[in-house]
Design a protein around this ligand. Structure first.
Ligand code: SF4
Ligand code: MG
Length: 319
């Protein structure tokens, strides 16, 4: 069975005057149909770069220098510009942190949704209007809002319009990059429940990118943890919370002991991520790792399976 999305040894480098800098280093994962895969990492971990590489919306100085991205078996990195434009709305669409960036301030919500529909599908203006109204209903917004401009909506509503736009052509995969980060907690919750509901209703697959473990735990089926451009741990959500194995994941989870217990502040990890331009030899997490040994200073750990559907990259962890 061909997975919806397979990423194989993806490498993205930023070309700088002092040479290439690896922002994404040999990242591999598979996303199955109907799955919500969470990609978690601090800022600078490469999570947004991975997302943008998948849809090939990265521009210079970033460059995909190795790896494969297979969508339903076909190679996205080999697609021509024409195929790519169709692919981006029909097969894989995006919801960004601030819908303000995706929405045009001078057009009404309806005009923008209809524009996407008539540009990409042979559809009558009337059918497009009906579809636009349906899309707004789907995300819990009164279709009367089709005549509103973006600035007339609240932040939470704008994010939901962003989701409606992403769903316009009914793509099987939606990539969401910090879709609720700019919202306050209550609105965040409302948008997240809407995403969870849509996932059930439409059988949507989602790649959900966030720096917040507590958000991703609510509806991701699996979670990948990125550190300094590499995947350091990947497991089904329950398994990751029950038995995190990488010291970085353990730190991220901190006091976050139970999926259902009271939520406490994340413990946080002392120190900051390494400068990608001057990555130390060995394990990139070493400077912050309380468990580091001499081997960690010289040899970089590779991601390997340590249990069913659970893998990690740490010298101290074995199956
Ligand atoms: Fe820590 Fe070493 Fe494991 Fe890296 S490989 S996480 S430094 S113990
Ligand atoms: Mg980002």
């Amino acid at each position: 069975d061909v997975p919806l999305l397979a990423v194989e040894d993806l490498v993205v480098e930023y070309m700088t005057p002092s040479g290439p800098v690896r922002a994404v280093d040999a990242v591999s994962f598979v996303l199955a149909r109907g799955e919500v895969l969470g990609l978690v990492g601090e800022s600078g971990s490469g999570k947004s770069t991975v997302a943008q590489a998948l849809a090939r919306i990265l521009g210079p100085p970033a460059m995909i220098t190795a790896g494969r991205v297979l969508f339903e078996g076909s190679d996205v990195l080999a697609m021509h510009e024409d195929d790519l434009r169709r692919f981006r709305w029909r097969k894989m669409s995006f919801v960004l942190q601030s819908a303000m960036n995706a929405l045009c301030p001078v057009l009404t919500i309806g005009e923008q949704i209809i524009d996407v529909l008539v540009t990409h599908e042979r559809t009558s203006a009337r059918a497009a209007r009906e579809r636009a109204a349906h899309l707004l209903e789907l995300v819990g917004i009164d279709p009367a809002r089709l005549t509103s401009h973006p600035h007339e909506l609240s932040g939470g509503m704008r994010q939901r319009v962003g989701i409606a736009l992403a769903l316009a052509l009914d793509p099987p995969l939606v990539i969401m990059d910090e879709p609720t980060t700019a919202l306050d907690v209550v609105v965040q919750h409302e948008v997240l429940s809407k995403i969870a509901e849509l996932k059930e209703k439409l059988g949507l697959s989602v790649l959900f990118i966030t720096h917040d473990m507590s958000i991703v735990s609510q509806f991701a089926t699996r979670i990948g943890v990125l550190y300094a451009g590499r995947l350091v741990e990947m497991a089904p959500t329950r398994e990751l919370f029950r038995a995190p194995r990488h010291p970085y994941t353990k730190g991220l989870l901190g006091s976050f002991v139970s999926l259902h217990g009271p939520r406490r502040r994340l413990a946080g990890i002392p120190g900051s991520p390494p400068d990608l331009r001057r990555l130390p030899a060995g394990c990139a997490f070493r400077a912050r790792c309380a468990e580091a040994t001499a081997r960690c200073a010289t040899e970089a750990p590779v991601l390997r399976g340590i249990g069913e559907d659970h893998s990690t990259a740490c010298h101290l962890v074995s199956p």
